[in-house]
Design a protein. Sequence first.
Length: 144
Amino acid sequence: MATSLCDSCVALCCRYFALQIDRPKKAADYDNIRWYLVHDNVVVFIEKGKWFLAVLNKCKHLQPDNRCGIYETRPRICRDYTTDNCEYHSIEYDYEQIFTSAEQLVAYANEQLGHSMIYKPRAPRKVARAKIVKGKKRVRLKVV
Ligand code: SF4
Ligand code: SF4
C-alpha cells in the first residue's frame, strides 16, 4: 500500500477549522469579534487582508491513531484538501496578525478606530420636568 504524507502526520488539519468573517469597520463589528474571542480555543487572524475565525477543536471523527474514522464518507471539504500546501509543510502561518485574546483585539481596534471600541451603555437620561401655563391651565411637560 502506497504511503502518503498523512501517514507521518498527526493530522494537523483535523484539529481546527477556520471560517472567513467580514472585515470589521466600526466599533460594533469589532465588538462582535471580541465576543468570539472571549470563548475558549478561538483565535482570529488576518491573512492577505482577509479576516478569519479559527476554532481550535479537533474533529470528533479523528481516531487515536490520527486516522479519519469516517474516511469513506468524510465531508467534501476534507476530500478536497490536499497535502500540497497543508500544515505539515510548515506551521509558520502566513497571517499578518493573530488575536488570541479579546484584549489583543481591543488594543488593535482602538488603534484602528482612533477611539475606544468598548461599548458603554449610556447612563439613563434624566427626565427634566417643566411646567408651563397654557391659558389658565397648568400643563406638565416631560423634557427628555
Ligand atoms: S493533509 Fe497535511 S496536515 Fe492533513 S493529515 Fe495530511 S499531511 Fe497532515
Ligand atoms: S472527517 Fe475525517 S478527514 Fe475530516 S476533519 Fe474529521 S477526521 Fe479529519
